[in-house]
Design a protein around this ligand. Structure first.
Ligand SMILES: Cc1cc2nc3c(=O)[nH]c(=O)nc-3n(C[C@H](O)[C@H](O)[C@H](O)COP(=O)(O)O)c2cc1C
Length: 309
């Protein structure tokens, strides 16, 4: 019998997402031969990010404005049995290299009529990114059968501090007093290694052609964990991001230095909201979820699945 073929498309700066892919794919190797396509933006995005460059990518991320990518090495005409798309959110949006991939003819060609699985490695806010990714996959005729999301499970206010340090300084775990006060940034090693259990489910679903039930099986095993308060904070934040990104783009396109003034204003806004508004707002949102429990659970259920309405 012919061995099945899977295409894995991904982008990663720190290697975190590749570790997640390797873990999920552990059990899939029995069934599949893999073709890996690592997306390579030209020019590359820096890591660690020199201060303002981290904010310079904000408008393009939110507005899904693509960057240039190096020519792909996979053949879009090849008949893959499964396509795995692995990405990370940037500013509540799909990262720019991944956005760029989704807007290519090669993506449209290779996804059409194929079972697709998305894997996300994020801090903790990914819902608004995935909504747009879902839509693009469905519009291209892909059959999104599974979504797996790994997050940093520390408190929101803690993971903001640690991710900014990781991204801007390249230090996953700082030393001295900082190292005593704060945990390492990113997704825990334990969560990454345990992600192989999802591969087991994918392998069985494909083997027995039981694709429809896959997402529910993944959810039962913990592939999606939605905190309703963060979900609402993210939805509101995204509405504001839309306005801010348009405001910055009026000053110029990607990398234009004339945008710095507005980006600095955005940076102040961002940290004020995270540290001053969101703790108080969070209590109100939490109460609201308790009072409207059924409505809130309906939303959690929708974002845990792969339909796009
Ligand atoms: C510019 C930028 C913006 C980010 N914005 C978000 C975000 O909105 N939500 C989130 O959960 N994580 C966010 N992150 C964290 C990434 O999703 C990801 O976890 C991190 O970059 C490590 O991924 P990688 O090394 O595999 O690329 C952001 C990272 C970067 C570099």
């Amino acid at each position: 019998m012919r061995r099945k073929k899977a295409l894995i498309v991904y982008y990663t700066q720190t290697g975190q997402l590749k570790s997640i892919i390797d873990s999920v794919c552990n059990f899939l190797q029995e069934e599949f031969d893999f073709t890996y396509e690592e997306l390579k933006p030209t020019p590359a995005f820096p890591f660690p990010w020199p201060d303002m460059t981290f904010y310079q990518v904000f408008p393009e991320s939110v507005q899904e404005i693509p960057c240039k990518l190096e020519v792909f090495s996979f053949d879009p005409e090849e008949n893959f049995d499964l396509v795995i798309l692995a990405y990370q959110p940037w500013y509540l949006s799909p990262s720019i290299p991944f956005t760029a991939f989704l807007q290519t003819k090669a993506a449209a060609k290779v996804l059409k009529g194929k079972p697709v699985i998305t894997i996300l490695g994020s801090r903790n806010m990914w819902i608004m990114a995935q909504e747009r990714v879902k839509k693009r996959i469905i519009d291209m005729g892909g059959n999104l059968i599974g979504n797996i999301v790994l997050t940093d499970r520390h408190h929101n206010l803690v993971s903001v501090v640690t991710i900014v340090r990781w991204m801007l300084k390249g230090e996953k775990h700082g030393g001295g007093l900082y190292g005593k006060l704060f945990p390492p940034s990113g997704i825990s090693e334990k969560d990454i290694s345990e992600a192989e259990k999802y591969g087991f489910l994918i392998r069985d679903a494909i083997k027995h052609n039981a694709l429809e039930g896959l997402q529910d099986a993944l959810i039962v095993k913990g592939a999606i964990k939605i905190n309703p308060v963060l979900m609402t904070v993210e939805k509101r934040g995204f509405m504001m991001f839309r306005g801010w990104s348009k405001f910055v783009l009026k000053k110029g396109g990607a990398g234009d230095l004339r945008r710095e003034g507005r980006l600095k204003m955005f940076r102040i806004y961002l940290f004020t909201v995270i540290y001053l508004v969101s703790p108080i707002g969070g209590v109100v949102i939490w109460l609201n979820h308790k009072l409207n429990y059924r409505k809130s659970q309906k939303m959690v259920n929708y974002y845990s699945h792969n339909e796009n309405t």
